[in-house]
Design a binder for this molecule. Structure first.
Ligand code: TLP
Length: 342
């Protein structure tokens, strides 16, 4: 099977498994796991932040960031398709007790005017605007990159109103590699950043939340409350270190495969997409021009040996990663052709 459902499906490399077996470990709730310390310090240095915290998942990293900065009754601003709002099981409401004010973006970017208008002023009736969330790359916008300049403008606007910015950087390395921009430049335009080790970088588990030392210590308490205080977590941190130090540059290959896949898919009758909009490793195609439903199309595609996911009204998503070879891209195009015309 060629599995293009997500870049989360990669299995740890042989080096990662070796590193897990040999990792120096301690009890991380007592902050005695030296491999976790090394991972957190490495990430903090790469992103130019004071401190980092290993968390179990991207969702936990995002939600701990919310919990550390938002109180019940506050308002959080997020793009309408942002993962933190769309795909996290209502956690902002359920855990932080806050409401989310969504703004529809273009390619993942909320306009500055709309953000400015959404930030609450002083009024007895209003909730407090406590946090503005950005996502880079933006998953549901097809892996679109938010340029550093855009992020800086949002950050300046937010700070002028005393509101912090959280960046869901589950795929921030993809943005950095695709643009040739240091990841720290993106991170500098946010107060807290969440990065994933398991999306495209090949680690089996784990994300990191980054920010000031004071913020990270508050986040540590929330992580404990959510059950994310792990013990000999060095076995997770060890492959995470390999992800950060050896797996970043090769993301360019995944972007190239996605571009080639997109160009091929655009030629297939019944599929609509603009390959010029594919900036990283996510390809979203509109399949409403096919005679069959997206679910039926995906079922046929699976029979032809390729897995992809339904991604909202009439669309399917393909994600490239290191377990997908150049030859697999060709095989995928043949399979899609066959499934679309069957
Ligand atoms: N995204 C997953 C699914 O949940 C949709 C995927 O396959 O793309 N932020 C962003 C931008 C994400 O894309 C994801 C995962 C997360 C956060 C959550 O990470 P996990 O799955 O580790 O909780």
């Amino acid at each position: 099977m060629i599995d293009l459902r997500s870049d989360t499906v990669t299995r740890p490399t042989a080096d990662m498994r070796m590193a897990m077996a040999n990792a120096e470990v301690g009890d991380d709730v007592y902050q005695e796991d030296l491999t976790v310390h090394k991972l957190e310090e490495t990430a903090a240095q790469m992103l130019g932040k004071e401190a980092a915290l290993l968390v179990t998942s991207g969702t936990q990293g995002n939600q701990v960031a919310v919990l550390a900065q938002v109180r019940a009754g506050d308002e959080v601003i997020a793009e309408a398709d942002a993962h933190i709002f769309y795909y996290e099981v209502g956690a902002i409401a359920a855990l932080a007790g806050a409401q989310t004010r969504t703004i529809a973006g273009v390619r993942g970017q909320m306009s500055l005017a709309a953000i400015g208008a959404a930030i609450r002023g002083e009024n007895i009736h209003y909730p407090r605007t406590a946090l503005i969330c950005l996502e880079n790359t933006h998953n549901r916008a097809g892996g679109a990159i938010l340029p550093v300049a855009y992020m800086q403008s949002v950050h300046e606007l937010a700070h002028a109103h005393g509101v912090p910015v959280h960046l869901d950087g589950a795929r921030l390395f993809h943005a950095a590699v695709a643009t040739g921009t240091p990841i720290a430049d993106f991170a500098a335009a946010a107060d807290t950043v969440q990065i994933c080790l398991s999306k495209g970088l090949g680690a089996p588990i784990g994300s990191l939340l980054l920010g000031t030392r004071e913020l990270i210590e508050r986040a540590r308490k929330w992580r404990k409350m959510l059950g994310g205080g792990m013990r000999q977590a060095g076995v997770i941190a060890a492959p995470g270190l390999i992800a950060l130090t050896q797996m970043v540059d090769r993301l360019a290959q995944d972007h190239e495969k996605a571009r080639r896949l997109a160009a091929g898919l655009a030629e297939i009758r019944g599929l609509t997409l603009d390959p010029a909009l594919v900036e990283t490793n996510i390809v979203i195609a509109d399949v409403s021009g096919l005679a069959l439903s997206p679910a039926a199309f995906l079922a046929r595609l699976a029979e032809c040996g390729v897995l992809a996911t339904e991604f909202g009204a009439g669309t399917v998503r393909f994600v490239t990663h290191f377990d997908v070879s150049d030859a697999d891209v060709d095989k995928t195009l043949s399979a899609v052709q066959a499934a679309a015309s069957a």
